[in-house]
Design a protein around this ligand. Structure first.
Ligand code: AMP
Ligand code: ZN
Ligand code: FE
Ligand code: FE
Length: 278
């Protein structure tokens, strides 16, 4: 076993609790040598994380987590090694974050109709400068006393299909894969165990996805065997990580417990080298 790599985690630039600096520091303390920071619709954490990682000896891979739709299901696509300075990528991410604000406003309007007078300002305060998401709404609902727990906010109101649920901007998996490829990165289907049907997987493979996130806290041992098998059958790359958010989500123990071997990152780099030189 070589060094440990965790290629999925979030900072305050989306719905995580730690700053890029705090996250890289904690990753090192938890025994990780390689990390990818994969905020939802943002690469804002990358410059600080890279700089600090260099200082303390943690390799930081630029990353991002995009949301896409296949039929009526949402799928998440991770992009690694993306050019975080690409103006085209940054423009798309700015657009997605703007759409997230509009969606948060729609969710708040639905909550208001349900007699929960939550204000959008309170949600935006929780989001700070990061991309706003349902975790911020869940926390705002709890802090304002509308729900007793963070989880209750999802279970009663904003979870998928809940009475105050609203979809995101519709973006197809192939558009996500292409955006990542055109930004110089590799795309991975995130946590497929949560929702992926075989039809969806076939669609993503046809769309040119580079790999699958095989290791994830939501995966059972059967998921791991299954998705590792799929990577073998279709010559896809294998990734994995903790999806660490920190703070309210009580997931402190996952950082350092869900990882892949550094050799898998070397394989990604070889793939990238071939793609870039072809
Ligand atoms: P969003 O990107 O705004 O749709 O928020 C998605 C995030 O909300 C996910 O990454 C999860 O962290 C969290 N989430 C979604 N559904 C649930 C749920 N049922 N219970 C707890 N957290 C959830
Ligand atoms: Zn998240
Ligand atoms: Fe996700
Ligand atoms: Fe995530």
């Amino acid at each position: 076993m070589g060094a440990k790599a965790d290629l999925h985690m979030h900072t305050i630039c989306s719905d995580g609790a730690l700053s890029p600096y705090e996250l890289v520091k904690k990753a090192k303390a938890q025994g990780l040598s390689v990390v990818s920071i994969t905020d939802h619709d943002s690469v804002a954490a990358i410059p600080d994380a890279l700089e600090f990682g260099k200082e303390i000896g943690v390799e930081v891979i630029s990353g991002v987590e995009l949301s896409a739709n296949f039929e009526d299901k949402e799928v998440h696509i991770l992009g690694y090694f993306v050019d975080y300075k690409s103006q085209r990528l940054l423009d798309y991410l700015t657009f997605f974050r703007h759409e997230r604000i509009k969606r948060a406003e729609r969710i708040v309007a639905k909550l208001n109709e349900l007699q929960l007078p939550l204000k959008i300002e309170s949600v935006m305060e929780h989001a700070g400068t990061g991309s706003v998401g349902r975790p911020h709404i869940a926390a705002a609902l709890m802090d304002e006393g509308f729900t007793k727990t963070y989880q209750e906010s999802f279970d009663r109101y904003i979870g998928n299909g809940g009475p105050a649920y609203e979809r995101k901007f519709q973006f197809s998996p192939s558009e996500a894969v292409q955006l990542i490829a055109s930004s110089g990165g590799l795309s991975f289907l995130a946590h497929p165990g949560r929702y992926t049907t075989d039809a969806m997987l076939q669609h993503l493979i046809k769309a040119g996805i580079d790999g699958i996130e095989v290791i994830h806290p939501s995966h059972t041992p059967e998921h791991i065997v299954h998705y590792r098998g799929v990577t073998g059958e279709y010559y896809l790359l294998e990734s994995g990580g903790s999806d660490f958010h920190g703070g309210k989500k009580n997931d402190d123990a996952v950082l350092g417990s869900f990882f892949i071997d550094e050799s898998k990152v070397d394989t990604m780099k070889r793939r990238l080298f071939l793609q870039r030189s072809s």
